[in-house]
Write a protein that binds this ligand. Structure first.
Ligand SMILES: Nc1nc2c(ncn2[C@@H]2O[C@H](COP(=O)(O)OP(=O)(O)OP(=O)(O)O)[C@@H](O)[C@H]2O)c(=O)[nH]1
Length: 305
């Protein structure tokens, strides 16, 4: 299956629900207020979120259609979703000088953090950046092992400590090693214990403090990894991590299979944070640039171009 097919799979739950909820609306005699209300409700029920749904409704209302056939409605939905997404589609840039550009990767356990770091490492390596992975989730031995496996898979070195080691110290050593070896990007895994906000905050601010001693601009990026299958929960995670961790951008994972992809639109409208990339599978090549037009069309149930 091509990645685009998988991506469409990730939006099929949202798209099917939307199509069901829109059934019959376009056959009504006029595009009046109650039909617009129903369209807005259909959008909200498809995980797109109240803010984005309202914006789309207003856009349809402004166009002053008398009637709108199904194809016309799908086209305008695709366009409006694309308009919401376009401003946040910003591929990750490696701009930090002196090197390394330091990226902290945060998110709750199981969101796909470690897998995303592997995929990100592969993506950077393909662009000829030298990459060092840092196993900063020292809370669980399995997380350290998992990152090492990814390092081997993509041919990137991994700096790790023992289970329970101080992550800030490890990150410090990571920057030193990257500097000594002329490595461009240091990608740091972190523990995702959201159930203990103050501990998370403490740990992240300690990492920042230590990094700041080496380079005041580091970390250059703080990427929050979100699991698209968790719907509304993913949005709550953005709220919490934004307050505690100074998130610079998002990567949404698991946008294949059973994702509730509409949540991506809700996140874009509500937070306006850059979406650096999306994950559409479990292998190294499954991190993809975020394409607002393809996503708009997938949600609206239009065929790919
Ligand atoms: N289908 C699919 N599965 C994914 C994707 N990204 C990650 N996964 C799977 O999601 C599960 C959790 O991913 P991890 O990378 O271990 O998540 P984590 O956030 O690092 O979790 P901890 O190591 O427990 O902190 C694994 O089974 C991954 O293979 C994706 O884009 N698509």
């Amino acid at each position: 299956m091509s990645w685009l097919d998988r991506l469409r799979g990730g939006f099929s739950k949202t798209a099917d629900k939307l199509a069901d909820n829109l059934t019959g609306l376009t056959s009504r005699a006029a595009l009046d207020t109650s039909t617009l209300d129903d369209i807005e409700e259909a959008l909200i029920a498809s995980d797109i979120g109240p803010e984005a749904s309202h914006r789309i409704r207003e856009a349809i209302a402004r166009q002053k259609f008398d009637r709108l056939d199904e194809r016309g409605l799908r086209s305008i939905l695709a366009e409006e979703i694309e308009k919401i997404l376009a401003p946040v589609a910003k591929p990750l840039q490696v701009w930090g000088f002196p090197r390394p550009h330091v990226i902290l990767v945060i998110g709750v356990n199981g969101s796909g953090k470690t897998t995303t770091i592997g995929k990100l490492g592969q993506w950077l390596t393909e662009q000829d950046y030298g990459v060092l992975l840092c196993a900063g989730d020292t809370f669980r031995a399995a997380a350290i092992e998992q990152l090492k496996i990814w390092g081997e898979r993509i041919g990137a070195p991994v700096i790790s400590g023992k289970e329970g080691a101080d992550p800030a110290g490890l990150v410090f050593d990571g920057v030193k090693q990257a500097t000594a070896q002329g490595i461009d990007v240091l990608v740091v895994d972190t523990a995702g214990r959201m159930q203990n906000k103050s501990h998370l905050m403490e740990e992240l601010s300690k990492i920042r403090r230590v990094l700041g001693r080496l380079n005041p601009e580091a970390p250059h990026d703080v990427i929050l990894v979100l699991d698209a299958t968790t719907g509304q929960n993913a949005l709550n995670q953005v709220e919490v991590f934004r307050q505690t961790a100074n998130v610079s951008g998002l990567i949404m994972t698991k946008l294949d299979g059973t994702a509730r992809g509409g949540v991506l639109v809700a996140a874009a409208e509500r937070f306006g944070l850059p979406i650096y990339a999306i994950g559409v599978g479990e292998t190294a090549s499954d991190l993809r640039p975020f394409d607002p037009r393809a996503v708009g069309r997938a949600i609206a149930g239009l065929p790919p171009e």
